[in-house]
Design a protein around this ligand. Structure first.
Ligand SMILES: NC(=O)C1=CN([C@@H]2O[C@H](COP(=O)(O)OP(=O)(O)OC[C@H]3O[C@@H](n4cnc5c(N)ncnc54)[C@H](O)[C@@H]3O)[C@@H](O)[C@H]2O)C=CC1
Ligand SMILES: O=C(O)[C@@H]1CCC=N1
Length: 267
């Protein structure tokens, strides 16, 4: 039997990964989950057919432990796991801000830790996941992590020093696009459109733009220039975006997210 994988703290991200790993062909018997609330565990058991165990049981039985709790809950979870984790286990953390050093300090010596930042498009196999090795994690551990994540999207190796930046850029990234969609739909309402029609127009424009960004091989600047006719409508909108400092706001917003990530490990 393949080694057991445990997802500890299966909330939004843990469940998204669980569903992705199952879609990728693993059997429910190859996975276990832990949950703080019994009802949450029962729901996951019913929805996916996976066994729900305690954190201690997961640590004792699983070869790979995926930590998917909030950063604020990580210290308490690691204290609970410490007596049960042996050096053979691979620990993968999905938490924002929490460094591999934070985890290594709280677990027995030499436990390999890989830090991952993924995003919610895991749910549609379009995640962006970035991975970094802790001080005891080898090429094999990075490879195992990539094997788990690649069926649910793209995976990139990055130095751990860039993890908080990646969290701000791609971990939180989907939220910025949803926010822009919301704002554009509001603009449609302002222009007198029915909400449903505005939503359809904006979503399809977003999907079309995303597919062109991914598949055309063109730089985003060239794609935008192709939409922006001389003396036309698009440049009138771009002038307003520039006048309101939207580019500077994006730079500052993403820097603020990076800085917040740095604070999270401090509790
Ligand atoms: N939501 C997102 O878009 C992303 C979240 N993340 C990271 O993923 C992690 C989880 O985030 P979400 O899924 O959004 O949060 P969530 O709150 O939906 O899930 C966390 C789950 O862990 C459970 N939990 C807490 N302590 C526990 C314990 N000791 N034992 C068992 N279960 C426990 C909670 O009850 C909850 O169900 C966070 O560290 C976050 O930084 C990373 C990338 C994207
Ligand atoms: O907002 C957060 O803290 C998490 C991490 C990246 C996306 N969501």
């Amino acid at each position: 039997m393949a080694e057991l994988i445990a997802i500890l703290g299966a909330g939004k991200m843990g469940e998204a990964l669980l569903s992705g790993v199952l879609r990728a062909g693993r059997r429910p018997g190859e996975l276990v989950v832990t949950a703080r609330r019994a009802e949450r565990g029962a729901l996951l058991r019913e929805r996916y057919g996976v066994e729900v165990v305690t954190n201690a049981e997961a640590a004792k039985t699983a070869g790979t432990l995926i930590l998917a709790v909030k950063p604020q809950d990580m210290g308490a979870l690691l204290d609970e796991l410490r007596p049960h984790v042996s050096p053979g286990r691979l620990v993968i953390s999905m938490a924002a801000g929490i460094t591999t050093g934070f985890i290594e300090e709280r677990l027995p010596d030499d436990v390999p830790v890989v830090r991952v930042m993924s995003n919610t498009p895991v749910l549609v196999d379009e995640a962006m996941s970035v991975v970094s090795a802790g001080s005891h994690a080898s090429e094999e551990h990075l490879g195992l992590t990539e094997e788990l994540l690649s069926p649910v999207g793209k995976v990139l190796r990055i130095p751990e020093s860039l993890q908080d930046g990646a969290t701000a850029l791609s971990g939180s990234g989907p939220a910025y696009f949803y926010y822009l969609v919301e704002a554009m739909v509001d603009a449609g309402i302002l222009l007198g459109m029915p909400r449903a029609a505005a939503l359809e127009m904006v979503i399809q424009s977003a999907v079309g733009a995303a597919v062109m960004l991914r598949d055309s091989g063109e730089h985003p600047v060239l794609l935008r220039e192709a939409v922006t006719s001389p003396g036309g409508t698009t440049i009138a909108a771009i002038r307003e975006l520039e006048r309101h400092g939207v580019r500077a706001a994006v730079l500052e917003a993403i820097e603020a997210a990076r800085n917040r990530g740095r604070e999270l490990a401090e509790g």
